[in-house]
Design a protein around this ligand. Structure first.
Ligand code: BES
Ligand code: ZN
Length: 641
């Protein structure tokens, strides 16, 4: 399909063809330039305030990296060759960079191009403005990353499972990739990419794209080169790399796991249901379009639960419980292959289009594989998380809107209780009103219509009205769409979780609160039930009662890290000394921000009991932590070591 379009900006009308992947649907869409470029949205709500790029003037289409990993200097260096689309009269292109050391900029023929690195902003980095000749279509940037590139964590051997080799991994979302790749780092500017990366023997390199060299190729000087390609346009935050002593185990025809050899057995056992999950997801919302779905289980300093890097989800090792009880994490990252990676929030003010949709989709995958009960319980916990955020922020606080107003829009996307939970509950509410069949048919068509395109709240609502509401004014009224997306708080039509989901656990909580015994069935409960129980207990309990819980439920020895975390939060709130060894072990053996930050903060706030403990543990633990995890914690005034 060829669509003829004119550029909205500037006097020159550019006639372009849309890219081969998906069409364009309204006049606010540009395919700016060549025949292969992914469309750019032109509406005001799609302008990304967290990028310096001006894609309607000149935009990056493809990034070709040729990089060497230097573990001694902790830098990546080499060249990035950018294919660009530009208005014929464009005089410059603006890229995003953050502490990159730019060595030279040239065109395809090697002719130097003038460039300027602008003022560095602590959050956004600095614009790299490159002067374009009348025919410049390709730009070659020679550079290396700065010494503390935030996207990259360089681990020494002691920080890995094998303890023999160094390790490197990247985390791009939301705006960190500009610390190692000079490109337009905005989710609405989709780019294809390829990479050749060399690393010292015997290290392996993996990336979030098709692997072209299964075992690498000799590159001289004791190094090997690995080549990768992503031929579908992706948001640049989805370019990811890891290197280390990394091995592979096949799980299914198109699924597998990469991790350090010492972790391979445990990781593969935990992830045994992955192929089934891909099949369940496809049955719901259409074909998986990325080829392989592999996962990389990282060392314990990985700061997130998971990251949906295309073809290669990154996972924390802390999800391994031995019984698949935390694999909703995998369902979540897999679901992003549709919501997020295929249809992508154009700006971080609409993060809910990525995370809320994904939270909803995750739950549908969980239901398909593990049944209604587990899914309903997990959805009920998500509802509690939303209510907690609404209580904390207040029902009229602008941060409780799904579409965040400009003043509140951070690249991190906002409170998870809103972006993830309110987002998912909005979609569950639509489902409950129109029925599952109609809703699933709509969602599936949505992913097809907008595959490989950016999305905004307004664009989604317009599409929903066109293809689901279809002028039915009674339905329109029932849905309360604008209220859900643009108003704070909670609309009155909200679908509440099944009241039966936790009936037994809630009885146990009431019993224990009333002085009764520790529930005997606990060991056989689902993880969601255990979390509901622990988080439902009063925050202040007598030491004797904590001791009963601890001893009878063996909480200090919990092998499920979510359960252990819920217990440790309760223990810290109660200054429960017998939990301190478990607390110290937990804080010094993993660096997932969601677990570390609340515990360190709670300790630091408790001047008498907690602060000395934090002052002792933090300097010991901090070298393990990623900068994403230490962010905010360093300001607590604890010794940093
Ligand atoms: N894409 C997110 C991780 C992310 C969000 C990175 C915002 C940077 C900024 C990922 O899919 C995610 O949501 N991870 C969650 C796990 C999930 C099961 C809720 C996490 O890491 O806790
Ligand atoms: Zn997510």
């Amino acid at each position: 399909m060829i669509l003829l379009r004119t550029l909205a900006l500037g006097a020159v009308a550019l006639i372009t063809a849309s890219c081969g992947v998906g069409g364009t649907h309204n006049s606010a869409v540009e395919a700016s330039g060549g025949t292969e470029s992914a469309p750019i949205l032109t509406t005001a709500d799609a302008r990304d305030p967290h990028s310096y790029a001006r894609p309607l003037e000149a935009r990056v289409n493809d990034v070709a990296l040729d990089l060497a990993l230097d573990f001694r200097a902790k830098r990546v260096g080499g060249t990035a060759t950018l294919d660009i689309d530009r208005k014929p009269d464009a005089k410059e292109i603006i890229l995003d960079t953050d502490n990159l050391e730019i060595q030279s900029v040239a065109d395809a023929a090697g002719k130097p191009l003038d460039y300027k690195v602008g003022t560095d902003d602590p959050k956004m980095g600095a614009p790299l403005t490159i002067a374009l000749g009348p025919d410049t279509k390709k730009i070659v940037i020679r550079y290396r990353s700065g010494p503390d590139a935030e996207a990259l964590q360089w681990l020494v051997p002691e920080q890995t499972a094998g303890k023999k080799h160094p390790y490197l991994f990247s985390q791009g979302q939301p705006t960190l990739n500009r610390t190692w790749i000079p490109t337009q780092d905005s989710p609405g500017i989709r780019q294809t990419w390829s990479a050749t990366v060399t690393a010292p023997e015997p290290l392996n390199v993996v990336m979030s794209g098709e692997r072209l060299t299964p075992n690498g190729e000799p590159a001289g000087e004791g190094r090997r080169a690995f080549r990768f390609r992503m031929d579908k346009p992706v948001a640049p935050y989805l370019i990811a790399i890891a290197a280390g002593d990394i091995a592979f185990r096949k799980l299914g025809p198109r699924t597998g796991v990469w991790t350090e050899p010492a972790m391979l057995d445990r990781a593969a056992a935990e992830l045994a249901d992955t192929e089934k999950m891909v099949e369940a997801a496809e049955k719901l919302y259409g074909p998986y379009r990325w080829g392989r779905y592999d996962m990389l289980v990282l060392p314990p300093s990985f700061p997130y639960g998971g990251m949906e890097n295309p073809t290669l989800t990154f996972l924390t090792p802390t999800f391994i419980a031995g019984d698949k009880s935390l694999v909703s994490l995998v369902a979540h990252e897999l679901a992003h292959s549709w919501s997020g990676n295929l249809v992508t929030n154009a700006t971080w003010a609409d993060s809910w289009l990525n995370e809320g949709f994904t939270n909803y989709f995750e739950n549908r995958i969980m239901e398909a594989i593990y049944g209604t009960r587990r899914a309903q319980q997990e959805a009920a916990l998500s509802f509690d998380d939303m209510m907690e955020t609404l209580d904390e922020e207040g029902m009229s606080d602008p941060t409780t809107r799904l579409n965040l107003p400009p003043a509140e829009a951070t690249p991190e996307g906002g409170a998870t209780g809103i972006v993830y939970d309110k987002g998912a509950i909005f979609l569950r509410t639509i489902e409950s009103i129109v029925g599952r069949e109609a809703w699933d048919a709509y969602l599936r068509s949505y992913f097809d219509r907008y595959a490989f395109e950016p999305m905004t709240s307004a664009r989604f609502l317009a599409d929903l009205r066109e293809h689901l509401v279809k002028g039915d004014s009674a339905l329109e009224k029932k849905l309360m769409l604008d209220e859900w997306v643009y108003q704070p708080g909670l609309p009155s039509n909200v679908a509440r979780p099944a009241p039966s989901a936790f009936a037994a656990v809630d009885r146990a909580i009431a019993g224990f609160k009333g002085g009764g015994a520790v529930p005997t069935g606990f060991a056989g409960w689902t993880t969601a039930e255990k979390l509901r129980f622990l988080n439902g207990l009063p925050r202040k309990l007598p030491t004797r009662r904590l001791g009963e819980l601890d001893r009878q439920l063996r909480l200090n020895a919990a092998g499920n890290n979510e359960v252990l975390f819920a217990w440790l939060e309760l223990a810290v709130a109660n200054r429960y000394d017998p939990a301190v060894p478990a607390l110290e072990r937990f804080l010094t053996t993993q660096g997932r921000r969601k677990f570390v930050a609340p515990l360190i903060e709670a300790l630091a706030k408790d001047q008498q009991w907690g602060r000395p403990i934090a002052a002792r543990i933090y300097p010991k633990a901090r070298p393990l932590y990623h900068p994403i995890t230490t962010r905010g914690l360093d300001e607590l005034g604890l010794p940093a070591g």
